[in-house]
Design a binder for this molecule. Sequence first.
Ligand SMILES: *Cc1c(COP(=O)(O)O)cnc(C)c1O
Length: 434
Amino acid sequence: MKLYSTNNHNLSVDFPTAVFNSMPLDKGLYMPVNIPQLDQEFIDNIDKFTLSQIAFKVASVLMKDTIPLEDLQGIIDDAINFEAPVVELDEETYVLELFHGPSLAFKDFGARFMSRIMAYFLKENEKTLDVLVATSGDTGGAVALGFLGVPNTRVTILYPKGKVSEIQELQLCTNGQNIHAIEVDGTFDDCQALVKQAFADEELNAKLRLTSANSINISRLIPQTFYYFNAYAQLKRQGKEALVFSVPSGNFGNIGAGLLAYKMGLPVKQFIAATNVNDTVPRFLNTGVYETRPSVQTYANAMDVGAPSNWVRIMDLFKNDQSALKQVVQSDSYTDEQTLQAIKDIYNTYDYVACPHTAIAWAALKAYQREHPEVTGVFLSTAHACKFPDIFPEEMKAKIEIPEQVKDLAAKPKQATTMDTSFESFKEYLTTSY
Ligand SMILES: *Cc1c(COP(=O)(O)O)cnc(C)c1O
């Protein structure tokens, strides 16, 4: 597998380089030079395979010649050790539940796969890999739990004090081992600025082997293709086809992976990118003008993104041809009021409690199906409802089953270092306090 930069198609780097750099120096994003096709026989028989088998097939085709197949199978089975079931709500409406991993959000797929890929490529006797992450919620938990106990790695997570939910904070601060949490007396932007400054600091980079774990890393994108194929397989088993996937989108990594799967041969007709009022992409698809804006806070806060970092990947997949893109992707945005209404409608219609991100994807799917009533649709559920308890009315809240992963956390002591927003404090912490 060779990768180029979306800003320079003449560049060609190998897979480990793309993984450890995250981003090319020209600030484009890494994309595979060749998008390989899955063979028709595999697609025709996909309903006979398990998630693990499908993941292995897709990865081995995409990541050809990067990792011996035996090792790749081991990495996949260690990383994707939970299910991604498609649950039927009614005959034309299915929900793909991506929240059965340790952090209860779909980011577990990307974070767990990435951590194991990085550990695999770390050579013996090499410096410990220092992973720095700024988080406003879900990313930090997935990365922390993804790297927990992974040898030769050390993770430092910065989060804004008082601005993450209780469960999210527990997921960041109760790990111990190689995971360190810093509670910054500031905003998410302050956290991100500290991480950026660390990457730019020469002295620090001479001492430590720093890497970021953000959502643009190619090794986070790849495992997210697995569950699209697996969802297709589950529906095929039930004799269903003509699928549309509705994806709650913020940085557009999740739907980007779906579109990569589509380009590899996933026989799906349509994707819907469902957003909250941070509607840069829906505006673009409607007007042809791509204009980023500062992000606005909403109930679906993991999608509060005004400048979606993976969008250039999607444009690259479609060779920057907007009309080709529009034949496969449509996009709609929803207000907080519509999100709450969708949460209530889902509950009243199916007796199902959906998190706000998930509810937006459902609303977008229903709008699509009003125009195309014959189409079976799948909407992606990106997080477990228990991560956002404050949003639900009491009656619904009582219905949310708290998974075991969370029950255990509450009993553990919180370990976090508090810090101001000065870079000196952060630098001193990184160089002295471990
Ligand atoms: C990160 C996240 C999203 C957005 O996913 P992108 O890949 O950034 O588009 C949606 N829902 C939840 C719960 C998330 O954590």
